[in-house]
Design a protein around this ligand. Structure first.
Ligand SMILES: Cc1cc2nc3c(=O)[nH]c(=O)nc-3n(C[C@H](O)[C@H](O)[C@H](O)COP(=O)(O)OP(=O)(O)OC[C@H]3O[C@@H](n4cnc5c(N)ncnc54)[C@H](O)[C@@H]3O)c2cc1C
Length: 467
């Protein structure tokens, strides 16, 4: 391998969607890029598996089309035609109440009629536009925010399960400005979520953006891995089985990453480096160059989540599975955080006459269950299928995937931690951090952040002296 300082413009450590989309953007801007990943294949938590005629995801099942940058990326990577939007049926989402999945209301009429919220909780919403806003600068948990603005029932039966669905997180710990910056901005700007939702929709139309609650869910005919495979193919120089061990900076300002691959240690040098790895790994690698950022990064926690794919004969499940899936609120005391009706969302997920469900357990709510043995987890998941979906026979098969550190938690103090990282980027020109612990955990947010990182780094590389 050529290790001369001029060999590479940018070394990207981490080939999840954040690292790959950054590398893709840099390569498109004519820069020489290499990507290193410790795993045996690129993609990070995005991984699609085929089994017995079914196709299941071990990580994200879909992405939300919230920004035009996503469509641009898919076109540039040559996979726009592979994209598949979630079926119409999956516009319906269920929330478990008193042991049964209830559709989440999607219109004012359905809201008035839904049994999910009591008449008192619904009436309380009318007060929301008149409530005092939180003083700017005071960081608040999502639970406190929702109780204050919308009331306890909205926390229990709408926001808490939704937060579990996105972050596998605890609303009593997640920071509103860090985890839900748009919600926070609505209150700060308009003084009300309801007024802000109406006026904000107009502004988004002007910017051609789509709100997360109305954006289209999509995947690909061959599953989510189509995306990361295409990016890796296009970038070309993606080294797998290559664990970065140490990062250093020479007198000439170039970065050197020592990595282990195939039992041997090697070194790659580049003018800039992007750490697109989980926070604890970024902390370790950045320590010699940015010790203060390290302390901040180490404080970002990742609860474990275990994903169970379950295939059933269609005739063995009573529920029509006519939706996206269900979320189970904490107050309902269920074993699963939620279950996706994967074969109702996209074609080709299960063979004819079968259905595929994807179940999530653990997270902040139930960390012990995420690390229990397979038998315990499978028994609990099967029991939920019997009770909530009317499964009358055992699953044809289950597949268990464990993510010991699944999703970064944007908890109180997160913005201050990320600010420390931004200071390190200023202090060490050419060092960048781009991963899901910053700027949003969704695939769409990772793509948007990667785009911004590639843009700013390319600009810096063209004029490094002024940085
Ligand atoms: C179970 C699950 C379900 C999800 N569902 C959805 C969903 O439906 N929709 C959605 O939008 N989002 C979802 N998400 C979130 C989203 O998938 C992730 O936030 C996103 O894919 C993370 O991408 P990333 O590149 O930032 O990190 P990762 O995918 O974690 O990639 C980091 C990479 O760094 C590598 N690495 C680590 N250390 C080193 C090292 N020392 N040297 C070299 N390489 C290293 C790892 O091998 C890995 O490939 C889900 C996440 C999980 C875990």
């Amino acid at each position: 391998m050529d290790t001369s300082p001029a060999a590479l413009d940018v070394l990207v450590v981490g080939a999840g969607v954040s690292g790959l989309a950054t590398a893709f953007g840099l390569a498109r801007r004519g820069l020489a890029v290499q990507v290193l990943d410790a795993a045996a294949r690129p993609g990070g938590v995005i991984a699609t598996v085929r089994r017995d005629g079914a196709l299941y995801e071990t990580g994200p099942n879909s992405a939300l089309d919230t920004t035009p940058l996503i469509g641009e990326l898919l076109t540039a990577a040559g996979i726009a035609a592979e994209r598949e939007n979630a079926s119409e049926v999956s516009n319906t989402r269920f929330v478990v109440k008193r042991g049964a999945p209830v559709p989440l209301p999607m219109s004012p009429g359905a809201f008035l009629a839904t049994p999910l919220f009591s008449p008192l909780a619904k009436a309380r919403l009318a007060l929301e536009p008149f409530l005092r806003r939180q003083p700017a600068g005071e960081e608040e948990t999502i639970a406190h925010f929702v109780r204050r603005r919308l009331g306890r029932e909205f926390l229990d039966y709408a926001i808490e399960p939704f937060v579990a669905g996105i972050y596998a997180g605890d609303p009593e710990r997640l920071s509103v400005p860090a985890a839900f910056p748009k919600l926070h901005a609505l209150e700060q700007k308009y003084g009300s979520l309801i007024v802000g939702a109406v006026l904000g929709a107009r502004e988004r139309r002007k910017r051609a953006e789509t709100a997360k609650n109305t954006a289209k869910s999509f995947s690909f005919r061959g599953g989510m891995q189509t995306l990361t495979d295409a990016l890796a193919r296009d970038v070309g120089r993606v080294e797998v089985g290559a664990r970065a061990l140490a990062l250093a900076r020479g007198d000439d300002g170039a970065f050197a990453v020592t990595f282990e691959q195939g039992g041997a240690n090697r070194v790659s040098r580049a003018r800039a480096v992007v750490l697109a790895v989980p926070a604890h790994e970024a902390a370790r690698l950045a320590y010699p160059l940015a010790p203060e950022a390290t302390v901040a990064l180490q404080a970002i926690e990742y609860p474990a989540v275990t994903v169970v794919a379950s295939a059933y004969r269609r005739e063995d499940v009573d529920h029509r599975l006519d939706g996206f899936g269900f979320l189970a609120p904490r107050v309902e005391g269920r074993a699963v955080l939620g279950t996706l009706f994967s074969s109702s969302m996209f074609g080709g997920r299960a063979p004819e006459g079968q259905v595929l469900l994807t179940n999530f357990v653990g997270g902040r709510r139930n960390p012990e269950l995420a690390v229990a043995d397979d038998e315990t987890i499978l028994a609990k998941v099967a029991a939920e299928h019997r009770t909530l979906l009317g499964a009358r026979a055992p699953a044809l098969w289950h597949a268990v995937t464990r993510w010991p550190r699944a999703i970064p938690q944007y908890e109180l103090g997160h913005l201050a931690r990320v600010a420390k990282v931004a200071e390190a980027e200023k202090a060490v020109p050419g060092l960048r951090f781009c991963a899901n612990w910053r700027g949003g955990v969704s695939v769409g947010d990772c793509i948007a952040n990667a785009h911004a990182t590639a843009d700013s780094l390319a600009a810096w590389l063209r004029a490094p002296v002024s940085a």
